[in-house]
Design a protein. Structure first.
Length: 456
């Protein structure tokens, strides 16, 4: 019979053994350790095995190993480098396909609040039907506090079997809270000039319990329609393995209907696959670098346009961005802007100029690690700076959400309520007519309509 969990050292194949084995050093016997801090961890584990008042089981070893990895990564101070256990990693792989059992909402970690926040609720899915709203803070999932959870762990808790219920306890702020608002920062006990080190507090008397029945969810990756005056409109909601194919099909369908110019909307798009965004840029740009990758101990690497994905697209093009356009979305906007292939309209983007690599581990867990910085074709570093639009169209986020809610309820056509799309459409018409140049007046600002007039 195999040795008991108490007597068995962490071997190859166990999460703890795998983690230590990857250090590339043999494990020293207890009592013969040098002063390497990583070996101090092993000494602590051996002391626990020998002295803890309860046996250390196989399940305990897994929890200890995963907890140690998460703690190690947390000390790096990089919110994008994270560990995914096997369940989290399986959920992550589902995300790349856009089809899963869940509630139909997109979550994000708000780095100003250190809270899991609802970024988007997809219409027609369980979350929308149950009243969950963009901007809600996910405080608990089935009465389990999310304070110390990664976004992957929260997503894994929310997903489940079709037909089962999940209860989300949410806090709905009266208005969006950002680190740039000193008044709000002071009220919640934060220094407006310092990053938060713990989750932002909330009023416990204003929590809402929302019960959602899980169902088969399909997240729209690409949405398209023909606007008036033969202007094509395509929204890219994420960059996964389906984005290029679905976008190319949407462009072909719009061209078949007589499209004269295209609006490409990556507002609220948090990013995704680097490989996929290179394909998308290659559809519109014939040659040159899409992005430069800057990594330690390596020369600057230019990732070039891939001609096999060229869409032979020569019509006028406008790209829309906002404060939640991040990562791959910014690569797209930056590449089209630097190549003078498209005019960028909207608001300054998020400013995530870092590249993550997903490394699968032997027990089907995975490490997501920030490996490099990316620069635009003109070698602009946009990390924390964002992409500045050529034509700025500011729109207070709560006014926009309210306009969206009313438009959904009344089935209002996009061009009749979305003032940023209106600005993009106006500029595209000028490009089509030849009365404007790509890039527009840079910088420029189109003042938004008053909030009460956001939805006609």
């Amino acid at each position: 019979m195999p040795a008991s969990a108490v007597d068995q050292p962490p071997g190859i194949g166990s999460p703890l053994g795998n983690m230590l084995g990857r250090l590339g050093r043999p494990l020293a016997p207890v009592g013969q350790l040098d002063h390497d801090p990583l070996e101090s961890f092993m000494e602590v584990y051996e002391q626990l095995r020998a002295n803890f008042y309860q046996p250390i089981t196989e399940e305990d070893k897994t929890k200890l190993a995963y907890g140690a990895v998460r703690g190690m990564l947390r000390e790096l101070g990089d919110p994008y480098t994270r560990f995914m256990d096997p369940k989290d990693y399986a959920s992550f792989r589902q995300d790349t396909q856009g089809h899963f059992k869940g509630i139909g909402a997109e979550l994000r970690l708000d780095l100003n609040l250190l809270r899991i926040v609802v970024n988007r609720v997809y219409s027609g899915n369980p979350a929308a039907k149950s009243g969950l709203q963009a901007g809600d803070w996910i405080v608990k999932v089935d009465d389990r506090a999310t304070d110390d959870m990664s976004i992957d762990a929260v997503v894994a808790l929310i997903r489940g079997e079709q037909g089962t219920n999940v209860t989300l306890t949410v806090y709905r702020p009266e208005r969006p809270i950002t680190a740039l608002d000193p008044e709000v920062a002071k009220r919640i006990g934060a220094d407006a000039d310092e990053p938060r080190r713990d989750p932002a507090p909330f009023d416990p008397t204003k929590l809402l319990d929302i019960v959602i029945t899980r169902d088969d969810v399909t997240v729209p990756i690409v949405e398209s329609e023909m606007l008036p005056n033969q202007q094509g409109y395509i929204a890219l909601n994420t960059f996964n393995e389906e984005t290029y194919r679905q976008m190319a099909e949407a462009v072909a369908a719009l061209e078949a209907d007589g499209m004269k110019g295209l609006i490409l909307d990556v507002r609220q798009n948090p990013g995704g696959s680097l490989e996929e965004v290179i394909k998308v840029v290659s559809y519109f740009v014939e040659t040159g670098p899409v992005v430069h990758i800057e990594a330690p101990r390596r020369p600057l690497e230019a990732l070039q346009v891939q001609p096999r994905f060229d869409g032979d697209f020569e019509l006028p093009l406008v790209v829309m961005i906002d404060g939640m356009s991040a990562s791959a979305s910014e690569i797209l906007a930056g590449a089209l802007q630097d190549n003078r292939r498209a005019t960028v309209v909207g608001e300054k983007s998020f400013g995530k100029g870092l590249v993550q690599t997903v490394l699968k581990l032997s027990d089907d867990s995975a490490l997501v690690v920030t490996t490099s910085v990316y620069l635009t074709p003109n070698r602009r570093n946009i990390n924390t700076r964002g992409i500045e639009p050529d034509i700025a169209v500011p729109w207070e986020i709560e006014a926009r959400r309210e306009a969206l809610r009313e438009a959904d309820a009344n089935k209002t056509p996009l061009l009749d309520w979305d003032l940023q799309v209106q600005a993009a459409s106006q500029h595209l018409a000028e490009l089509i007519a030849g009365t404007a140049k790509v890039g527009g007046p840079n910088p420029a600002s189109i003042e938004p309509a008053p909030a009460a007039q956001a939805t006609p």
